[in-house]
Design a protein around this ligand. Structure first.
Ligand SMILES: [Zn+2]
Length: 261
């Protein structure tokens, strides 16, 4: 966090902040105000389960709650199921991330429909998940690719849906004080595969959003990553530790996706 502050004060890189302003898609009268402010943290992909397990104590130490979105449930082994059970026991949420991590837009490009995606990519894996004792209420789209048609089908099974940074229609911004849709876009943690410039832009954007929550007190910030230290697009231990420390120091709570409803 020190890096962000130095950057803000010395280099004036505030102009690089991505979409820091609140979107105002509704009039004040139409805005369905969020119930509580905080940061909604999630991590994606079954291939990162072991990496998440390595950081379990870090989450415990700072009393941070996160939602872990898991795909390919039919491929999980006993050890991975056990890790997810432990994370759930710690108070984290286990969400669903499709059966094969297929991209919804690829379905549309191949003249398949939202219904096809729902029946092939969504429904079978939910059953597998339930057989393992997990009853998901949140869903994250692979690559964030979604539209209103597939959202409408998924609401039969889930109360909250998560995209990423694209596909604005029908979704709430990752930084908002309105919850008019049950679909949220999500900002990304910086990870070690980024070049220095992109890494810094994410740093600064995140810091700016946290400042807004601290000062405003009526907003949520939705952010996600993948691996932690290891795994895909890993966020570093140092970064996550600083991030968690900051939330603790500023008394900014973490929220699960299931708490947004
Ligand atoms: Zn994914």
């Amino acid at each position: 966090m020190i890096v962000f502050l130095i950057c803000l004060s010395l280099f004036g890189c505030i102009s690089d902040v991505e979409e820091i302003q609140f979107e105002v898609p509704f009039s004040d009268d139409d805005c369905v105000k969020i119930k509580q402010s905080g940061v909604v943290i999630s991590f994606d992909d079954r291939k990162n389960i072991d990496a998440w397990n390595q950081s379990r104590e870090l989450f415990q130490k700072y009393n941070i709650k996160a939602t872990f979105f898991v795909d390919k449930w039919h491929t999980l082994n006993e050890s991975e199921i056990s890790i997810l059970s432990n994370l759930s026991f710690d108070g984290h949420e286990i969400g669903y991330h499709t059966g094969n991590h297929s991209d919804y837009f690829k379905y549309l490009e191949n003249n398949l429909s939202a219904r096809d995606y729902y029946e092939l990519e969504v429904l079978p894996g939910i059953e597998t998940m339930k057989n393992y004792g997990f009853h998901p209420t949140s869903f994250a789209y692979p690559n964030g690719h979604r539209d209103n048609d597939i959202d409408a089908l998924l609401f039969a099974n889930f109360s909250s849906l998560r995209g990423t940074r694209t596909n604005v229609n029908g979704s709430n911004h990752w930084m908002t004080d309105c919850a008019n849709f049950d679909v949220y876009r999500s900002y990304h943690f910086p990870h070690s595969d980024l070049n220095e410039s992109d890494y810094q832009i994410r740093n600064i954007t995140i810091q700016s959003n946290l400042e807004k929550i601290k000062n405003n007190g009526t907003s949520i910030f939705v952010i996600n990553g993948h691996g932690i230290v290891s795994g895909g697009f890993p966020v570093s231990d140092q970064y996550l530790t600083d991030f968690f420390k900051y939330l603790n120091e500023e008394k900014i709570p973490t929220l699960l996706f299931s708490e947004l409803k």
